[in-house]
Design a protein around this ligand. Structure first.
Ligand code: XIL
Length: 769
C-alpha cells in the first residue's frame, strides 16, 4: 500500500509540473472588484493540486472507504440535517490524514477543480472524467454527497473553447452538449450543480464568452439544458461578493426572481464566502441577504467558505477567525433554507489562499498538520449547542433602534399628490416633518450665516412617487454660471441598493440629468425660493421600504466658481455624491420591511487638543481653535416642524475637543433674555451607562463625570467630561432649553428627533480624532 502511494505521489509530482505551466494564466483573483488589496499572484507551491488524473482512475478500482473517526463536525451536522462540505482534489484523498479529517468532519464534497471545463472537457471531442470520478467514487464509498462545481465559468476554460472563434450557433451546440454530457455522467450521484459560476461583475452581467454570444439568456438556456439532462439534480447559480446586501447581490436577486417568475428551473444559489479576517462581512447584512433569497423559495448554499488572515498569523487573529466562522455557521444552523456549509478545502496545507492573495494565509479550519484551529472548535461548539437559536432578527431590530444616530427621514404617505407648481398650497405635505439644512459640509466650521443662505425641506409620497418641497432663503442667487456646479443648486441623493442617483437642479431649472425612464422632475417658483420635486421610485409599493437619502443646498455667491456653502441635514464631509453618508429614508406604512442596509450617518468629529482646557468658561481666542463649530439648531419642541425660525431669539453652537481621557467642550449661547428654566444638558454613554447633567444657564456644576463652568456674561460655558477607561465610540447628547416668560419656547439639539431621551436614541455619535 505504502509503495503504491509513493509511486502515485511521484507521478503526481511530475504531472503537476507539467500542468502548472498551462494552468497559470487560467486563473484570476475573483475578488478584484470587492477588495482592493488583493494581488493576482498564483503561488508556485499552490499548484500541487493540478495533478494528472490517470492514477486516480486506478484507485477507483478498490474501495476508498475511510473510517469515520467520529470526533468532528460530521455526526452533529448529520443529526441536524445539514450538509458540511469541503472542496477537494483527488490526490488529497489519497493522503491518510487528509482523508480521515475529511470523513470525520464532512458529509459532502465539492470538486475544487476537477469538474471545471478545462479538466473535464479538455478537447473539443474529449471528455475526461478521471479526476471527477475519483472524487465521486470517494464520496460514494464514504457515504458523502457531492456538489457539482461548475458547468460554466469565465476562467479555467480550455484553450480550444476560449480561442475557438465560434459563432453563437456553434457555441450553443457546444454548450448544450457540454452541460448534458457532464450532468448525465453524474446523474443520481451529484445532488446539486453550480450551473453558472460568477456571472456578475459589480451589478452588471460579466462579459463572458457566453454573455457575448447570447446576452443574459445563456443563463436560462444552461439551466434548462441541465434540467433536461437530470430532472432531479438541484440547479444553482454561484457567485462571490454577493454575501451582503449590495449592488451585486441585488442584481443576483433580481435575476433569481426573474428566472423563477419565468418558470426557469432554479433551485438554489451559492454564496461563496471567501472572507477576510481583517475586513469581516457585516453578518447582519449577510443574514438579511440570505433571508431574502430563502424567502423566494430558493436554497442558499455557502459554497466556498474560507477566512484568510494577513500574515503574521497570531493567536488573536485565529480567535477572531473563529468568531467569523461561527457567525457564518450560525446562519446555516439557525435558518431553514441555508443548509450547506462548505469550506474551500479543509487544511491550510492545500488552500488556494496563499497563492492568490499575497500576504494572506491560514484560511481554513485545520492547520497544515491537520490540527483543528479555533474556527473548528467554535463551529463544533455551535453545532453541539442544542439551545442555539439565531438571534440575528433581534440584533437587526435593536441595531436599527440604537444606532440610528439621526432620526430616519420618515416619509409620510400623502392623501393626494401635490401639484408640482413651486407653490406650497394648503393641505399639501400635510403632517410631514420640516427639516433644516443645518450643517455646512464644506469648510472648517459646520455652521453658516443664516442671512447668507438657509433653507428647509420636507418629504412625502403618493403611489410610488417621492415628493419634496424645499424652501430656500439666499441673499444672492447665482444660477447663470457656465459651469453647472458653480451655480446655486439643490441636490437630491438616493440609494436603492442597486440604484444610486444624484439629481441636481440649478435654481429655476429642472433636474439636470435625465437619468432614467422614470419620472423625476423639479419645478421652481419665479423667485427661486421654493422648489418642488417628484421622483418615481424603482418599486411599485413603497410602503415600509428603506432607501438611502440625502439632500443638499449649495450656495455660490462668489462668481469665480468657488462653492462656498453646501448645507445638509446632518454633519459630514460632503460625501453623498459618492453614495456615502446617506440617512435612512423610511416610507411609513403598516407593513414595514426591514431596512436592507443600516445606514449610520457620520459621527461628529472631535478634534484633538494640545492641552487641557483652562475651564474658566471663556473662549480666550486660542484654546478652541482646534474644534469644529457645530450648530445646535434643531428645535425638538415640535414633532413636525423642527426648524428654528430665522428670527429666533436664540442662537447656539458648540465645539468639542479631547485631550487624554477627557472631552472638553464649549457652548456659545446667545439668548435675548436669560431666565429661570433656561438650561443646558449634557449626556454621554460610557461603558453602556448613560450619564446626564442638566444645569441652569449661569450656574456652574460638577457632578459625576461632568464639570460645567460659565463665563462672566453667561454666553459661553466650558465643560469637561471624564471618559475614564471607556472604549472608543461615544454616544453623546447636548441640548439647551429656552424659556421665555416661564414657557419653554425652544429645545435645541444637534439633530432632529422628538420625545426621546438620549438612552432611547436621541443622541449623536462622536469620533475622537
Ligand atoms: C480556485 C481553486 O481553488 C484553485 O485551485 C484554482 O487554481 C482556481 O480556482 N471561486 C470559485 C472557485 O468558484 O472555483 C475557485 O477555485 C475560487 C474562486
Amino acid at each position: 500500500m505504502r509503495n503504491k502511494l509513493l509511486t502515485i505521489m511521484a507521478l503526481l509530482l511530475i504531472t503537476t509540473l507539467l500542468f502548472t505551466a498551462c494552468e497559470k494564466e487560467a486563473v484570476e483573483t475573483p475578488e478584484e472588484e470587492v477588495k482592493s488589496d488583493i494581488t493576482e499572484t498564483p503561488a508556485e507551491d499552490q499548484e500541487t493540486d493540478e495533478s494528472d488524473v490517470d492514477e486516480n482512475t486506478e484507485s477507483t478500482e478498490e474501495s476508498t472507504m475511510v473510517e469515520d473517526h467520529g470526533f468532528g463536525w460530521r455526526k452533529v451536522a448529520d443529526d441536524r440535517g445539514l450538509r458540511f462540505g469541503a472542496a477537494v482534489e483527488p490526490h488529497q484523498l489519497l493522503e491518510e490524514d487528509f482523508a480521515k479529517t475529511l470523513v470525520s468532519n464532512y458529509n459532502t464534497v465539492t470538486a475544487e477543480n476537477r469538474m471545471k471545463w478545462s479538466f473535464i472537457h479538455p478537447e473539443k471531442d474529449v471528455y475526461d472524467f478521471s479526476g471527477s470520478d475519483a472524487i465521486v467514487k470517494f464520496a460514494m464509498d464514504n457515504d458523502m454527497d457531492v456538489r457539482g462545481h461548475a458547468l460554466m465559468w469565465h476562467i479555467q476554460n480550455p484553450e480550444w473553447l476560449e480561442e475557438g472563434d465560434f459563432t453563437p450557433e456553434e457555441l450553443e451546440v457546444i454548450l448544450e452538449d457540454h452541460i448534458k454530457t457532464v450532468v448525465t455522467q453524474y446523474k443520481g450521484q451529484i445532488y446539486a450543480w453550480d450551473v453558472v459560476n460568477e456571472m456578475f461583475e459589480n451589478g452588471q452581467y460579466r462579459e463572458t464568452l457566453w454573455y457575448k454570444a447570447f446576452g443574459p439568456d445563456y443563463i436560462e438556456k444552461a439551466l434548462i439544458w441541465a434540467r433536461e439532462a437530470d430532472p432531479d439534480v438541484l440547479l444553482y447559480l454561484n457567485d462571490y461578493g454577493v454575501e451582503e446586501v449590495n449592488i451585486k447581490s441585488n442584481a443576483f436577486y433580481d435575476l433569481a426572481k426573474e428566472l423563477l417568475d419565468k418558470g426557469v428551473p432554479l433551485d438554489g444559489i451559492g454564496l461563496q464566502f471567501h472572507m477576510q479576517n481583517d475586513n469581516p462581512l457585516d453578518i447582519l447584512s449577510v443574514y438579511t441577504n440570505v433571508k431574502r433569497f430563502v424567502d423566494l423559495g430558493l436554497q442558499v448554499d455557502f459554497t466556498e467558505i474560507d477566512v484568510r488572515i494577513r500574515q503574521p498569523i497570531t493567536d488573536e487573529k485565529l480567535a477572531k477567525q473563529g468568531d467569523i466562522y461561527r457567525e457564518v455557521a450560525g446562519i446555516v444552523v439557525g435558518l431553514d433554507g441555508a443548509d450547506n456549509f462548505t469550506t474551500w478545502g479543509i487544511t491550510d496545507q492545500y488552500s488556494w489562499v496563499p497563492g492568490f492573495f499575497d500576504g494572506y494565509d491560514a484560511a481554513l479550519p485545520f492547520d497544515r498538520s491537520y490540527e483543528p484551529k479555533p474556527a473548528f472548535d467554535q463551529v463544533l461548539a455551535l453545532l453541539e449547542d442544542d439551545s442555539f437559536e439565531l438571534d440575528y432578527d433581534e440584533r437587526i431590530e435593536s441595531l436599527a433602534d440604537s444606532r440610528t444616530v439621526l432620526k430616519p427621514f420618515d416619509v409620510k404617505k400623502l392623501d393626494s399628490a401635490p401639484n408640482l407648481d413651486g407653490v406650497l398650497s394648503d393641505g399639501e405635505y400635510n403632517q410631514t416633518m420640516i427639516h433644516s439644512f443645518m450643517y455646512n459640509q464644506l469648510g472648517t466650521d459646520a455652521t453658516f450665516d443664516e442671512s447668507d443662505i438657509s433653507g428647509t425641506w420636507r418629504l412625502g409620497y403618493h403611489g410610488n412617487v417621492l415628493y419634496g418641497l424645499v424652501e430656500r432663503m439666499d441673499d444672492t442667487t447665482v444660477n447663470q454660471h457656465g459651469t453647472n456646479y458653480e451655480n446655486d443648486t439643490v441636490e437630491v441623493f438616493y440609494d436603492y441598493g442597486s440604484i444610486f442617483k444624484q439629481m441636481r437642479s440649478i435654481v429655476g431649472e429642472d433636474f439636470e440629468f435625465q437619468h432614467s425612464e422614470r419620472l423625476h422632475k423639479a419645478v421652481w417658483n419665479e423667485e427661486g425660493t421654493i422648489m418642488e420635486f417628484a421622483i418615481e421610485m424603482p418599486e411599485e409599493d413603497l410602503t415600509g421600504i428603506t432607501v438611502g437619502f440625502n439632500i443638499a443646498l449649495s450656495d455660490n455667491d462668489d462668481r469665480n466658481g468657488f462653492r462656498e456653502k453646501q448645507l445638509y441635514p446632518f454633519y459630514g464631509h460632503n460625501n453623498s455624491w459618492q453614495g456615502k453618508d446617506l440617512g435612512n429614508m423610511v416610507f411609513e406604512g403598516n407593513t414595514p420591511r426591514p431596512p436592507e442596509k443600516l445606514r449610520i450617518t457620520p459621527a461628529v468629529d472631535v478634534g484633538l487638543r494640545l492641552a487641557p482646557s483652562t475651564m474658566d468658561g471663556e473662549d480666550k481666542g486660542y484654546e478652541w481653535l482646534g474644534g469644529t463649530l457645530l450648530p445646535l439648531g434643531y428645535d425638538q419642541l415640535d414633532a413636525l416642524d423642527q426648524t428654528l425660525p430665522q428670527e429666533a431669539d436664540l442662537n447656539v453652537s458648540y465645539k468639542m475637543t479631547h485631550f487624554e481621557d477627557k472631552i472638553y467642550g464649549i457652548i456659545y449661547r446667545e439668548d435675548n433674555t436669560i431666565e429661570a428654566g433656561d438650561t443646558i444638558s449634557l449626556s454621554i454613554e460610557l461603558n453602556d451607562e448613560w450619564h446626564t447633567l442638566t444645569t441652569e444657564v449661569g450656574s456652574n456644576a460638577k457632578e459625576a463625570v461632568f464639570e460645567v463652568v460659565w463665563g462672566p456674561d453667561q454666553t459661553t460655558a466650558e465643560y469637561m467630561i471624564d471618559l475614564g477607561e471607556a472604549g472608543f465610540i461615544y454616544n453623546y447628547s447636548v441640548s439647551t432649553v429656552d424659556s421665555d416668560g416661564g414657557v419653554i419656547v425652544h429645545d435645541l439639539h444637534p439633530h432632529c428627533n422628538f420625545g426621546k431621551t438620549p438612552e432611547e436614541g436621541n443622541y449623536i455619535e462622536l469620533n475622537l480624532q
